[in-house]
Design a protein around this ligand. Structure first.
Ligand code: AMP
Length: 275
């Protein structure tokens, strides 16, 4: 496994793979890798000959009061995980934005609600870094986790709208044995906070198990189970357009963001249509 830090060297490596007829798979991350990330590396390996994992904590996607400065890092652990899961390259640039960088990519419709409403500018930062990473890494395909469902929809839209020619493959959400969605931010949680954080997946599971077709009643069922300090949103949205639904008459997703202590957690679950 190679570690590449320069964007030019990264592109040169990738162009060699293209020339040799090898398919390049890509998994963009911010590091502090867990089993959820590792599952995306495995998935990329099923779709490509060589897998590139990028590790870059992208300042553009953090708001002024967010955790950019204390975002957890573990370079040695991350490299070991990538190696174990068969990555060919770990791309770890010290910065991605050269002097004079002046472009922002926005996908306004899909970025408006949900996390976009609570994190102004976040999805522009995500779309911009992913567009630039695609330009540097030149992947044939890339994997994005369904844990960040709105992000996945935005990347799919951007890739199609800008004809970037990258196949986007969704990776299923991976949970801990107790149901908590794996996240690099879980390490911020103290024992009592972690206990209360389990109420996110419990609420979603109850919503999925209920037979209620009306979203208002379904939502109330979930709200009653939450033990969080602050709720950003709990919505039931169309799985394709992310529009809020009133009735579960098409494939949907229950999506949820909340704070436990100062840690912001997100989670989501697919809901089948109910006639
Ligand atoms: P991050 O490092 O948090 O920016 O995440 C990098 C990628 O890993 C994104 O595509 C995330 O959606 C994905 N990811 C994060 N947590 C999980 C999880 N628990 N299960 C599956 N994918 C995940």
């Amino acid at each position: 496994m190679q570690v590449i830090t320069s964007p030019q060297a990264m592109t040169a490596w990738s162009l060699e793979q293209w020339a040799a007829g090898r398919r390049v798979g890509f998994v963009p991350t911010m590091g502090y890798l867990h089993q959820g990330h590792a599952s995306l590396v495995d998935l990329a390996g099923n779709h490509a000959d060589q897998v590139v994992v990028s590790i870059y904590v992208n300042p553009l996607q953090f708001g002024p009061d967010e955790d950019l400065d204390r975002y957890p890092r573990d370079t040695q652990g991350d490299l070991a995980t990538c190696e174990r899961h068969g990555a060919a390259v770990v791309f770890m640039p010290s910065t991605l934005y050269p002097p004079g960088f002046g472009t922002s990519v926005s996908v306004p419709g899909l970025s408006q609600g949900l996390c976009g409403a609570n994190r102004p500018g976040h999805f522009e930062g995500v779309a911009t870094v992913v567009a630039r990473l695609f330009g540097i890494v030149r992947p044939h395909m890339a994997v994005f986790g369904e844990k960040d469902f709105q992000q996945l929809a935005i990347i799919q839209r951007m890739t199609e709208d800008l004809a970037l020619g990258v196949e986007i493959v969704p990776g299923p959400l991976v949970r801990d044995a107790d149901g908590l969605a794996l996240s690099s931010r879980n390490r911020y949680l103290g024992p009592d906070q972690r206990r209360r954080a389990l109420s996110l997946s419990r609420a979603l599971r109850a919503m999925r198990a209920s037979k209620l077709p009306q979203v208002a009643a379904l939502r109330q069922l979930g709200l009653d189970l939450l033990e969080v300090d602050e709720l950003d949103y709990l919505e039931v949205v169309c799985a394709r357009s992310l529009e809020p639904l009133e009735h579960l008459d098409r494939p949907a997703r229950a999506v949820l963001a909340a704070r436990v202590g100062s840690t912001r957690l997100i989670d989501g679950m697919a809901l089948e249509p109910r006639p």
